[in-house]
Design a protein around this ligand. Structure first.
Ligand code: SF4
Ligand code: SF4
Length: 351
């Protein structure tokens, strides 16, 4: 990771030469961060069921060979989602991952959901942020020695765009972590979905929930926004208020990104292809905003995202701002640089 205002190196392989991925890695990872005996977390997004934007398992072999050549012990990993869907717990998530070709049999390394069966398995990691003094990082990632962060760079509803910083930040937080990045305020009950089972009432340590004749009801005065009720509701009736604006959410996940790599050696690769308007959590495919551009590699998560953003702008104008009006994705870059995650200044080196 480079210091803020230092010039980071970002290597670039044009998409029409993607078959030379091994060469990109050979040149860009001269100071490979993977050591003998490392538990190396390969942080990915396995894609939501129905999505077609995620990085395909066919691309993984050179990455896993790079780690194995250093005698590191790789595992593929992601975390539970906060929204109700098939990836909200480890079993459902592994099912979807397998449907998309991510199994130990197919890729040769274990596939682990880093925050456990229900997304509650995390470690508090101290950070010097402006929103957080500590963040809740999925335990298997927190305990890894090194990380390879493979990110699909594309548009995002709250981030404007999402790449390495988003994959690290939102993607490495446990479900509680994701809740505090997104909200931190009172959840909302969907009365149409609520079965009045009472699980949320029992789970709330602050006695903020009661059952009416129709549904659960939250007392705004008592609620501290811990998100526990969202996590325990078996019917998806308790939801995020989604009340933080894009600026807050981006700054918060940049601080989580800082916690995710704290004390670790890390290397980043961004795939700048099939650049969709929205993220790979969408349960359907989307058309690309611009033509495929290439694959980038760096030891700096801020520089690589800045380079991807600049390349997209060069290729098609500010398609992210057109797709998500009012969302300034550069907030995450600026905040990430300010808190010491990396540098926005880079040299782009074409392989
Ligand atoms: S846990 Fe969900 S379904 Fe059960 S009472 Fe609470 S909101 Fe309703
Ligand atoms: S967010 Fe926490 S404090 Fe608020 S109602 Fe839910 S469980 Fe209770």
């Amino acid at each position: 990771m480079t210091s803020p205002n230092e010039i980071a190196k970002v290597w670039f392989l044009p998409w029409n030469r993607k078959h030379e991925l091994a060469k990109l890695l050979e040149l860009s990872s001269a100071a490979a961060p993977f050591h003998e005996g490392d538990f190396c977390a390969v942080k990915m997004h396995f894609g939501e069921r129905g999505n077609d934007g995620y990085i395909r398992p066919e691309y993984l072999a050179p990455f896993l060979q790079m780690i194995s050549a250093c005698k590191g012990r790789a595992f593929l990993t992601d975390t539970c989602t906060i929204y109700a869907g098939p990836r909200k717990d480890a079993l459902g998530h592994l099912e979807v991952a397998a449907e998309h070709g991510f199994t130990q049999e197919s890729v040769g390394v274990p596939v682990i959901i880093a925050d456990g069966l229900h997304g509650t398995d995390d470690e508090q990691v101290e950070v010097a942020g402006t929103h957080f003094r500590s963040v809740k990082i999925a335990r298997a990632i927190a305990h890894a020695d090194s990380m390879l962060v493979l990110s699909h760079f594309k548009g995002h509803l709250m981030g404007g765009f999402g790449g390495a910083i988003k994959n690290l930040g939102m993607g490495c937080g446990s479900r509680r972590g994701k809740f505090e990045m997104h909200s931190g305020a009172t959840p909302q009950v969907d009365a149409a979905l609520c079965k009045r089972c009472g699980a949320c009432v029992t789970a709330c340590d602050h006695r903020a929930i009661s059952l009416t004749k129709v549904s659960a009801q939250i007392s705004i005065d008592r609620c501290v926004g811990c998100g526990e009720c969202v996590l325990v509701c078996p019917y998806g009736a308790m939801g995020l208020a989604w009340n933080q604006g894009p600026k807050q959410v981006q700054e918060r996940y940049a601080e989580y990104a800082l916690g995710a790599v704290k004390g670790k050696r890390a290397f980043y690769v961004n795939f700048l292809n099939h650049i969709t308007p929205n993220c790979d959590c969408l349960s359907e495919g989307e058309d690309s905003l611009v033509a495929d551009i290439g694959i980038l590699a760096s030891s700096d998560p801020v520089a690589i995202d800045q380079a991807c953003y600049d390349l997209v702008l060069k290729a098609g104008g500010d398609v992210f701002a057109q797709t998500h009006p009012g969302v300034d994705g550069t907030v995450q870059l600026a905040h990430a640089e300010n808190i010491g995650l990396g540098s926005r200044t880079y040299d782009l080196i074409e392989v």
